[in-house]
Write a protein that binds this ligand. Structure first.
Ligand code: NAD
Ligand code: GLY
Length: 368
């Protein structure tokens, strides 16, 4: 694209088309050090609050700060503690305090530098501060790069449940630098791959095949392949969000593997699995249910299971997890309506349909 700064290797640009809330996503190697140029070219000016955590700040805050200052921005770093337990109203309040103390204005902006926790928090702060100021996503985990930074879901957890307080609020810009994945713990990277596999299963047989052939190269962090795979994943998510921004209908397809995955995370008190690991199991089980219900052929089921395993993700619900706990967690899921869950069924690689199932029916289908 002509309005992008030079010097980014292999950059791919896409757009989330949502009328006057449309925004670009840039994916490439070395984008972080050009963040200031990207923001400036997006028409942003003045004060920027960079929301991050100590882990990510230590690695990348100086580079981002320097780039933003160099482009004329007045930068305020705001650190929140690292961890899902800090995606809460208390951290939000700390952020508001700093935005007020530093006199950010309507024209100012927030930049989320971190994984999904920072992105969801910063996005919700931006959605609500002064009734909404611009924000930029600079995601630094694979999960955040392919999922949470795109689509405008923002929010925080409540003691009664995850993501209970939030807003749909789209960013102005998403900047994805594949180089930052070098420092990401391997377990986090592999967990992020679950969402990439999900896109292949629900929408894109060519992506699925590429993953089958090149998963080794991807886990070795080949930057050209990462750029291609992350851009393809974002394009799939963008297309789904464009059709159904507020998840009234089709966006729920993104929950493939998440019904069992979420229940498993809750049943194990969010201690045993990273989100993507639980989604790996959830996708294997959703594919098995799809085959058991007569929607999915055995060959596709085998391919899905094989790829999840090849990626290094788990496939099976551990014996120690009680089925009763899983049912209870599914019943609590805020996405269930009238006792039935809009379960995402896979009808082959790249094809899905919805099927209403009760938690009990899901467990019976699992052979529990
Ligand atoms: P995370 O934000 O907790 O990051 C995982 C860990 O990696 C953290 O310790 C973080 O400090 C560290 N880290 C981040 N980038 C790093 C890097 N480049 N190098 C080294 N360490 C790095 O976890 P996550 O998996 O990115 O995000 C999970 C969150 O995302 C959950 O709160 C979930 O609800 C949310 N989410 C939101 C959406 C959405 O659409 N908004 C979608 C999916 C998930
Ligand atoms: N992560 C699911 C969604 O954005 O809708």
């Amino acid at each position: 694209m002509s309005d992008s700064p030079p010097g980014i290797d292999l950059m791919q640009t896409l757009t989330v088309n949502l009328g006057d809330r449309s925004y670009p996503i840039y994916v490439g190697d070395g984008i972080l050090s050009k963040a200031g140029d990207f923001l400036q070219r997006a028409g942003l000016r003045g004060k920027v609050a960079v929301i991050t955590n100590p882990t990510v700040a230590q690695l990348y805050l100086d580079t981002v700060h320097e780039s933003l200052s160099g482009a004329g921005f007045d930068v305020t770093p705001v650190l929140v503690p690292d961890g899902e337990q800090h995606k809460d109203l208390r951290s939000l309040s700390v952020i508001y305090d700093r935005l007020i103390a530093e006199r950010l204005e309507r024209q100012s902006c927030v930049l989320a530098l971190g994984g999904g926790v920072v992105g969801d928090l910063a996005g919700f702060a931006a959605a609500t501060f002064l009734r909404g100021i611009a924000y930029v996503q600079l995601p630094t985990t694979l999960l955040a790069q392919v999922d949470s930074s795109v689509g405008g879901k923002t929010g925080v957890n409540h003691q009664e449940g995850k993501n209970l307080v939030g807003a749909f609020y789209q960013p102005r810009l998403v900047l994805i630098d594949v180089a930052v994945l070098q420092s990401l713990p391997r377990r986090e990277f592999i967990a992020g791959l679950a969402e990439v596999i999900k896109y292949g299963v629900i929408e894109d047989p060519a992506l699925f095949k590429l993953l089958e052939e090149e998963i080794g190269k991807l886990t070795s962090l080949d930057r050209a392949l990462l750029t291609q795979v992350i851009a393809t994943s974002c394009a799939i998510k963008a297309k789904i969000v464009e059709q159904d921004e507020r998840e009234n209908d089709y966006r729920a397809v993104l929950n493939f593997g998440h019904t069992v995955g979420h229940a498993l995370e809750a049943a194990t008190h969010y201690q045993k699995y990273l989100h993507g690991e639980a989604v790996g199991i959830g996708m294997a089980q959703a594919a098995a249910i799809s085959a058991q219900q007569g929607f999915c052929d055995q060959r596709s089921l085998e391919r899905i299971r094989k790829l999840i395993k090849k990626a290094g993700l788990p496939l099976e619900i551990p014996r120690e997890v009680s089925m009763q706990n899983l049912i209870q967690s599914m019943e609590m899921d805020k996405k269930s309506a009238g006792g039935k869950i809009k379960f995402v069924i896979c009808t082959g690689i790249g094809k899905t349909r919805f099927h209403a199932l009760s938690p009990g029916e899901i467990l019976t289908a699992l052979g529990a």
